[in-house]
Design a protein around this ligand. Structure first.
Ligand SMILES: NC(=O)c1ccc[n+]([C@@H]2O[C@H](COP(=O)([O-])OP(=O)(O)OC[C@H]3O[C@@H](n4cnc5c(N)ncnc54)[C@H](OP(=O)(O)O)[C@@H]3O)[C@@H](O)[C@H]2O)c1
Length: 299
């Protein structure tokens, strides 16, 4: 019988796609989120800031996939927004720990989202052995992983996927990058040479499912295609797939800094992240070529 999977933060970009893939493969799924949504999937509510989760959500559950976290690019990084970005991750992981430590359950596996932001930015190629960065997102991701790691103490297998930029036509970074290109005003950002380590949403969701099923997987894995491109290459590839010329000069970095503040780092700096470790588990990425990935979407 297929394992029963509980997904937290399932209402975002990744959750619905992952839920669809799991259901298609015959896995029963339940959701846990901040609000109860009507629908076919059994749904439970948690209150992360109060530390409350209905233990009934765990009934029959074999594995938890934790996707919860306030969107890092959704709002300008004020101090209170930064706290929300951090605490929505650390406190939700801590709540999972507390619930798993105190309730009766049969959960054997927790697979948590993490982010390639762990490494910070730079020219070197980051592997799972690389040290964490020191910028805001790297600090958040490190603390998020540390909270998640506590679940190991409960003799539960923990896998963390350090996710790259998720490509999807339902939202996220690609939708934002494609908009100006579609309107004929697309252009590279900053000097355009910053690297983007991307992953197709199908591959990411397959990776989550493998991490649930493959009991040899433990610890951290980069969830990227391994075929990074520069910001300029990404913009041009989107232009090619949309059949729109990318001809405008680059958007200067200082303009983006004025518009976005510290958050501008997300688009002006980049990183090259290796996919070697996940490939060594036998995982085969369906999309390693950017243009094929882009063509698979309705942009
Ligand atoms: N998309 C990417 O490119 C990318 C890249 C690297 C890492 N990741 C990580 O992968 C995970 C899933 O990505 P995603 O793109 O699906 O994220 P998303 O669209 O931002 O959705 C995350 C979900 O987290 C829950 N959430 C939001 N604010 C929260 C808060 N303050 N407290 C508790 N829960 C909150 C929401 O679910 P409910 O409304 O159901 O509670 C939301 O739908 C995230 O943790 C993200 O950081 C994503």
């Amino acid at each position: 019988m297929s394992k029963k999977i509980l997904i937290t933060g399932a209402s975002g970009l990744v959750g619905p796609h992952l839920t669809g893939m799991l259901l298609q493969k015959g896995y029963p799924v339940v959701h846990v989120g901040r609000t109860k949504r009507a629908g076919k999937i059994p749904a439970f509510v948690w209150d992360v800031s109060k530390g409350e989760l209905d233990a009934a959500a765990l009934e029959g559950v074999d594995a938890i996939i934790n996707l919860a976290g306030a969107g890092v690019a959704d709002k300008r990084w004020t101090e209170s927004r930064k706290r929300e970005i951090l605490e929505s991750r650390t406190k939700s992981s801590a709540l999972l720990y507390k619930t798993l430590a105190s309730a009766r359950h049969n959960v054997t596996t927790v697979v948590s989202a993490s982010a390639m932001g762990y490494y910070g930015f730079g020219e070197k190629i980051f592997t799972e052995e690389s040290k964490p960065g020191s910028d805001f997102l790297a600090t958040v991701t490190k603390q998020w992983e540390e909270e998640t790691d506590k679940i190991n103490d409960l003799s539960i297998r923990v896998v963390k996927l350090r996710i790259g930029i998720v490509l999807s036509d339902k939202g996220g970074a690609l939708a934002e990058m494609a908009k100006p290109v579609r309107w004929g005003v697309g252009s590279p950002l900053g000097n355009g040479s910053q690297y983007l380590s991307w992953i197709h949403i199908d591959d990411l969701c397959s990776m989550f499912i493998k991490a649930v099923d493959d009991e040899t997987m433990q610890g951290v894995y980069n969830a990227v295609s391994g075929n990074w491109v520069t910001n300029k290459e990404m913009t041009q590839a989107i232009g090619k797939v949309l059949n729109r010329p990318v001809w405008l000069p680059n958007v200067p970095g200082f303009v983006l800094k004025l518009m976005l503040g510290e958050m501008a780092n997300l688009v002006l700096l980049g990183s090259r992240v290796s996919a070697d470790k996940i490939k060594q588990t036998g995982f085969e990425l369906q999309y390693t070529k950017l243009e094929e990935a882009l063509k698979s979407f309705k942009l």
